[in-house]
Ligand binder design. Structure first.
Ligand code: NAD
Ligand code: UD1
Length: 328
């Protein structure tokens, strides 16, 4: 089975590539290194070398077509995209052009080459301020940023295409908060500059590269006042993709990939300290604009239909995140 993986040298893509190759899939990986390093390829090869790589921009239709014409492709997993909420507010066109256009181009080329299996990286951000736990059938609420809109739009495009073409099988995966790294420590989340997301920020504080963690608000309506999220180990998420691909069937199927469990910022800090035997200094600051109080998944659909469930706990996530961070 040959799968095309876009954004395969990025954080979630690289871990999913390992999980897929471990299951015997051979891969064609596309990436333009806009948010990843070419050194990821060397480390991926140490884990499994059953892949071919092309340095290609997925919005370049001609280049994508060339790849499809050269290889017999069974299905596509589309990770490539930009993911910074903050940046998307400042540069919305950059986000719509990359995230929405790449999805449209890939689907168009898939149809031309009769490739009918497609897995798409969406985000829990599309639920907006719905009531927790978030369920797949909930009406999507407007997100407060262009990044979230690119995910909601891509979802709608895929739904329309599948409605018009009964042979098309799509799995839309809504990720909650992926953290951690591959157990080998060879691949992980390699953020450029000061991280926006919490786990890489905590890791950089632990490493001494940043002074202290700024906790954005302790006056939320949550048990300890800090924001609650559904953190999921990136290898569990990766294995969720393998399950989703194996269970692809005609039409569009949407799955939450999370653990179903909410963890507060303070609980996460404590887990990190316990897992790694170190202190993480922090201070409480103002709320971050655009943040919601609580976000966690109802994961029963993925469990029932895909037979997939997250296995790793918070301590595993913190230990593996630190193992990777301390190695780079
Ligand atoms: P990432 O930035 O680490 O990986 C994305 C990869 O895509 C990068 O390697 C980048 O170089 C590549 N890329 C971007 N645009 C490209 C293009 N036009 N052509 C070729 N390659 C391109 O991000 P990630 O955390 O691995 O996220 C993967 C996907 O999952 C993204 O679509 C993201 O929006 C989505 N997602 C991520 C999270 C998260 O918390 N990390 C949560 C929900 C959804
Ligand atoms: C953010 C994005 C979301 C995206 C997700 C995964 C925003 C508003 N939302 O979600 O769209 O899908 O990342 O990429 O950016 N926190 C701190 N201090 C920090 C960083 C975070 O206290 O330095 C808190 C936040 O307030 C939140 C929790 O930690 O309560 C998690 O934050 P983060 O890792 O940024 O993820 P999300 O806000 O869930």
């Amino acid at each position: 089975m040959k799968l095309l993986v876009t954004g395969g040298t990025g954080y979630i893509g690289s871990h999913t590539c390992v999980a897929l190759m471990d299951q015997g899939y051979s891969l064609i990986i596309l990436d333009n290194f806009s948010n990843s390093k070419s050194s990821v390829l060397e480390n991926l090869r140490k884990l499994n070398d059953n892949f071919i790589f092309y340095n290609i921009d997925v919005t370049d239709k001609k280049a994508v077509e060339q790849v499809f014409s050269k290889h017999e492709i069974d299905g596509v997993i589309h990770f490539a995209g930009y993911k910074s909420v903050e940046e998307s507010v400042v540069e919305p066109l950059k986000y719509y052009l990359n995230n929405v256009v790449s999805t449209m181009i890939l689907v168009k080329v898939c149809k031309k080459y009769n490739v009918n299996k497609f897995v798409f990286s969406s985000s829990a951000t599309v639920y907006g301020e719905n009531k927790v736990p978030f369920k797949e059938e909930m009406e999507l609420l407007p997100t407060t940023n262009p990044y979230g809109e690119t995910k909601a739009m891509s979802e709608r495009i895929l739904m329309d295409v599948a409605k018009a073409d009964p042979n098309f099988s799509v799995s839309i995966l809504r990720y909650f908060n992926p953290v951690g790294a591959h157990e080998s420590g060879l691949i992980g989340e390699n953020t450029k500059g000061i991280p926006n997301n919490i786990m890489p920020y905590i890791s950089k504080v632990a490493k001494g590269e940043l002074d202290k963690l700024k906790i954005y608000g302790n006056d939320y309506p949550t048990p300890d006042g800090t924001g609650v999220r559904d953190y999921i180990h990136v290898m569990d998420l990766a294995e969720g993709h393998v399950a989703a691909y194996k269970h692809l069937s005609k039409g569009v199927h949407i799955y939450n990939l999370g653990t179903g469990k909410g963890t507060s910022v303070l609980e996460l800090v404590q887990a990190f300290e316990k897992a790694n035997g170190m202190k993480v200094p922090y201070e409480i600051v103002e709320r971050r604009p655009g943040d919601i109080a609580v976000c966690y998944a109802d994961v029963s659909k993925a469990e029932k239909e895909l037979g997939w469930k997250a296995k790793r706990n918070l301590i595993d996530m913190c230990r593996d995140a630190w193992r990777f961070e301390s190695s780079i």
